[in-house]
Design a protein around this ligand. Structure first.
Ligand code: AQP
Length: 327
């Protein structure tokens, strides 16, 4: 039996190369080795204010982009979180087993709460419980994520362990799977901050559907430093981040890349990086165009995905409800 993979993406902002290089392309690459479930997590999206029409459009756009990246609905289950109501129900039950202290330690909440201040919702605070439900519903062994989500997967393990200790073996304890390179792509405008879909600056992120000109312009304006050498030096976050992006697109090692750009300046390197990113994204942009050219295709794939996910989720939730004494 293959191990089960589950992972999700939140349909907010645009899918950027941080999502792609840190998570989504690995999902596509590992499809034959695992039994896969991928989810567009729209319930997570509404933890922050959303325009309803935009959100609805993005759910389809994100699903389409995942298919364009290579998620194959014949080999993997691809569905929308809110189409399977068991996610919210299990999240509620898990809420009752997660001590507040664990949640207060979540760094993503602390960072977002600081930005949003009094607007911050209970839903945002509770995000990790819903994510734990997403993962635990499907007896997930492996959760491929970027580094920013590691703490949430650890909380998932902790609550699963706690529940199992009380009620006996119920949940599988999942392991995070974090790539060696690309696990934390930083913003182009500020390489000390994670590249993030909710950052608004025009030069912050390269989005998967950006045109070649947009990609060139964003990379040429990316923040670096006043030095010259093109080296993987972590104390120079700007150039280090750009080199990491180059490396994840090309698969070359540090030495190969450093020697290719020896004696060259930042401008030459940035031009080369822009071309690598444009070529790296071109095939998926073309596939996306084809997919969206067929009206109804994405909706029908998502409906079939939910049909496949639902029985698995129902079975797990029923077991949990019985153990807790509900109903
Ligand atoms: N900068 C990043 N580098 C590497 N991996 C990243 N991921 C996100 N940003 C980076 C990984 O992408 C997957 C899907 O992420 P998500 O959209 O569900 O949630 P997120 O981590 O909250 O992404 P954003 O863009 O930062 O969204 P906002 O700003 O709206 O919160 C995850 O596996 C994540 O690790």
């Amino acid at each position: 039996m293959k191990k089960r993979v589950f992972s999700g993406i939140k349909p907010t902002g645009d899918i950027h190369i941080g999502n792609y290089l840190g998570a989504n392309r690995h999902w596509a690459a590992m499809q034959d080795d695992y039994d896969n479930i991928f989810c567009v997590v729209d319930l997570h999206a509404i933890t922050e204010p959303q325009d309803p029409a935009l959100l609805k459009g993005r759910i389809r756009e994100f699903a389409g982009l995942l298919m364009a990246i290579g998620i194959d609905p014949e080999r993997s289950i691809l569905f929308v979180q809110s189409h399977v109501h068991e996610h919210s129900e299990l999240a509620w039950i898990l809420n009752c087993f997660i001590p507040m202290g664990w949640m207060y330690r979540m760094t993503q909440f602390k960072e977002k709460a600081e930005q949003q201040r009094e607007q911050v919702s209970v839903g945002l605070f509770d995000y990790p419980s819903l994510m734990a439900a997403d993962i635990l519903l499907y007896r997930t062994d492996v959760v491929p994520v970027g580094e920013d989500q590691k703490q949430h997967v650890e909380l998932t393990r902790d609550v699963a362990q706690r529940f199992n200790n009380i009620y006996g073996e119920t949940f599988v304890l999942p392991e995070p799977l974090i790539p060696d390179v690309g696990a934390r792509i930083m913003g182009l405008d500020d390489p000390t901050k994670k590249m993030s879909g909710s950052e608004e600056g025009a030069g912050h992120a390269i989005n998967l559907l950006d045109s070649p000109d947009m990609i060139r312009s964003k990379i040429m304006k990316a923040t670096t430093d006043s030095k010259r050498d093109i080296l993987f030096d972590e104390s120079r976050p700007g150039i280090f981040n750009l080199l990491s992006i180059y490396q994840t697109f090309t698969g070359e090692d540090n030495k190969q890349i450093e020697s290719r750009f020896e004696g060259k300046g930042y401008s030459d390197f940035k031009k080369a990086l822009a071309e690598v990113a444009i070529e790296g994204l071109r095939p998926l942009q073309e596939r996306y165009k084809e997919l969206t050219g067929e009206p109804g295709r994405i909706d029908s794939i998502l409906a079939k995905g939910a049909e496949k996910a639902r029985p698995l989720a129902e079975k797990m939730l029923a077991e949990v409800q019985k153990k807790v004494g509900l109903g």
